[in-house]
Ligand binder design. Structure first.
Ligand SMILES: [Fe+2]
Length: 373
């Protein structure tokens, strides 16, 4: 039996200052963030916290090189709590730092994954509305030596507290909002369809969709790049709920197939998921037209104002209005990469493929890539 358990405490504050006061942030705390987040919001609070700015150690999504460089920097420092303030990259790095003993390198953590212990208390403040990573126990690291993105997973990597602060989303550029909210929506769908879902996780998946879909519609109807900000608190909460759901039930083929595109062509995570989403769902529909997919269609239909049979097509259209989707080739993917990606997914992403709505073979995966190409 696998019991549903929520490990981190979840708190909500309006602004970062409210959180800082409540958590009594001070010089024994290490804030891991980006300078562009720290300077406008945290700097003036004069908290006296130690800081690490991730961008000084590498660009893009977390890699072994980046995390090892940060671990090297931290070896000489003394601090108790880690306060991660940022998007997926910051959060994934912070979860790794929280379980790294002095002397550990990223490769060591993969080797002793089953025995990882928490070394630092961890508080996570997400600044995008997508990853839900503040409530999961996994970090995805690009292992440059192996040419693959792989998860480090451990119960010790759960945050002690996930602090939701809508004020942190005020300056989020539209593109980041779009890709991160698409990621959250896909977390909700993949976790809902997962054979490992349970009634409690399904409730969180559904609640996330019930916030994201109507709020997307509202933002698209209003028009403009800032319309979504009226509902920033709901997008943040939806992302968190979707995180709770996939933290239990898992993500699946959409994420699995998007990883090679992200790691080889550096397409942002949420966007690479969007590139795969519709064609994975269509393959699901083709292989297993009767099943939980129909429950999903029934949930989506009233939100999208259509018949359940049209719900998925309507959803793809709405996603396209949030962020225009281009074929894979527009992102630099070449046709001869598709068989390589398909084999790579089968070889390295079984953790995700195990959560598929229906089993996908090599030929199915290649066909999905070809349709999206
Ligand atoms: Fe994701």
């Amino acid at each position: 039996m696998k019991a549903f358990k929520l490990y981190p405490g979840i708190t909500e504050y309006t602004e970062f200052a409210d959180f800082a006061r409540s958590a009594s942030l001070g010089r024994d705390d290490l804030i891991l963030t980006n300078e562009y987040i720290y300077n406008p919001v945290i700097s003036d609070l004069n908290l006296g916290c130690q800081t690490v700015f991730q961008e000084k150690y590498g660009v893009g999504e977390p890699s072994d090189v980046m995390v090892d460089a940060i671990l090297d920097e931290l070896r000489s420092r003394k601090y108790n709590r880690i306060i991660a303030v940022g998007g997926g990259t910051i959060i994934d790095i912070a979860k790794v730092l929280a379980v790294a003993a002095s002397g550990d390198k990223v490769d060591d953590l993969y080797e002793k994954m089953a025995d990882l212990k928490k070394v630092h208390e961890l508080i996570i403040v997400p600044t995008t509305c997508g990853t839900g990573s503040e409530v999961t126990n996994i970090s995805i690291i690009n292992r440059t030596t192996k040419g693959v993105k792989q998860g480090i997973v451990s119960t010790s990597m759960y945050a002690d507290e996930a602090a939701l602060i809508p004020g942190m989303l005020k300056t989020l550029p539209y593109g980041v909002f779009a890709t991160s909210s698409i990621d959250a929506m896909i977390h909700a769908v993949e976790s809902f369809l997962s054979p490992n879902a349970c009634p409690v996780s399904e409730m969180f998946s559904k609640a996330a969709l019930e916030m994201i879909i109507p709020d997307w519609k509202k933002a698209v109807e209003k028009g403009g790049k800032d319309a979504w900000k009226d509902d920033a608190d709901r997008f943040l909460r939806a992302s968190n709920y979707a995180g709770i759901a996939f933290g239990y039930a898992g993500c699946a083929a959409v994420h699995a197939l998007s990883y090679p595109i992200g790691s080889v062509h550096h397409v942002p995570h949420g966007q690479s998921n969007q590139l795969m989403f519709a064609d994975v769902m269509k393959k699901y529909q083709e292989k297993k037209p009767v099943g939980k997919l129909n429950d999903l269609e029934a949930i989506l239909a009233p939100m999208l104002g259509c018949d359940p049979s049209e719900a998925m097509e309507k959803l793809y259209g709405l996603m396209d209005a949030v962020l225009k989707k281009d074929p894979l080739r527009e992102h630099g993917v070449t046709e001869d990469e598709l068989p390589v990606f398909s084999q790579n997914v089968l070889d390295t992403q079984q953790r995700l493929l195990n959560n598929n709505y229906v089993e996908l073979s090599y030929d199915d995966i290649l066909d999905i890539y070809r349709k999206a190409f």
